[in-house]
Design a protein around this ligand. Structure first.
Ligand SMILES: C[S@@+](CC[C@H](N)C(=O)[O-])C[C@H]1O[C@@H](n2cnc3c(N)ncnc32)[C@H](O)[C@@H]1O
Length: 260
């Protein structure tokens, strides 16, 4: 599989560390900060967007947990950040279990160090673009009981999956494995993002694991056929959160859906 992050290299920018910097974390290097600064130049509200996105993730977890879901798969989990998926889920039920999946060894190392000893939380090094392999491991290692509802969080990840890597089919694999009553929450960068941001991101990340693709809303919506989309539907993350939050140059769509 192409475009996979390799080991810990402080000389190359890394998506998880850039995101960690935007969120105010300390697990990043100068090279990551430089990329984040260029993002902030093109879209000064990127940092705000990162926070809105985390808030969306937390509310989606609460929605599923309140509906009775007790097992969570966090796809492209990133470097652990508070509030994390397990912290939010365990507020509803301390017995909630979370598998925290990322394909980046940097994230895996941080997750192992930071989450060691947290009951019910398992970091896993795996690639979302290989859903069959990932589902097989989750089942075989008895981390997820697919006969029971599960919540899959796919926040800030699908726009790193290129067209030739078949994002719709990836989502379909997960949908087929999920029991009725399961939830899937996702965000995706939208193609009406400000042109300056798109140009900067394209020139900075082309061909690297950090390369991403901003897609039209209708195309993103088409990935979630077979699910019921909860209100308010597939809208910007700010509209989903409500409360008159400001629009951002970097436009991220979010939705929470349920398998009937
Ligand atoms: C922008 S961060 C989002 C982190 C977290 N989900 C959040 O919303 O705060 C994207 C994460 O997805 C991970 N990622 C990207 N492509 C992936 C893939 N194919 N398989 C697994 N993880 C992936 C990156 O390593 C990074 O940690």
């Amino acid at each position: 599989m192409e475009r996979v992050p390799e080991g810990v290299d402080p000389t190359k920018p890394n998506t998880a560390r850039v995101y960690n910097y935007l969120l105010g974390g300390k697990d990043n290097y100068a090279v990551d900060q430089a990329v984040a600064h260029r993002m902030l130049l093109a879209a000064p509200d990127s940092r705000t967007m990162a926070w809105f996105s985390r808030k969306f993730l937390a509310q989606a977890v609460t929605t599923a947990a309140v509906a009775g879901v007790r097992q969570f798969i966090d796809l492209g989990a990133g470097i652990p950040t508070t509030p994390s998926v397990h912290e939010v889920a365990k507020e509803v039920d301390p017995a909630a279990r979370v598998v925290s999946v990322d394909y980046d060894p940097v994230v895996f190392a941080h997750a192992n160090a930071m989450l060691a000893g947290v009951p019910g939380v398992t970091p896993m090094l795996a690639d979302v673009r290989r859903p069959e392999e990932l589902l097989e491991r989750l089942e075989h290692e008895e981390l997820i009981d697919f006969t029971q509802p599960v919540a899959i969080l796919c926040v800030g990840v699908l726009h790193f999956v290129m067209d030739h890597e078949h994002p719709a089919e990836i989502v379909a694999h997960f949908r087929e494995a999920m029991a009725p009553g399961s939830y899937l929450a996702f965000t995706h960068g939208c193609d009406n993002t400000h042109r300056d941001f798109v140009d900067m991101a394209n020139s900075d990340t082309a061909g690297s694991p950090a390369q991403f693709i901003l897609r039209p809303r209708d195309e993103v919506a088409s990935y979630f056929k077979g699910f019921e989309m909860l209100e308010p539907g597939l809208v910007t993350v700010q509209q989903w959160l409500g409360d008159d939050l400001p629009a951002t140059r970097l436009v991220i769509l979010g939705g929470v859906c349920r398998k009937p």
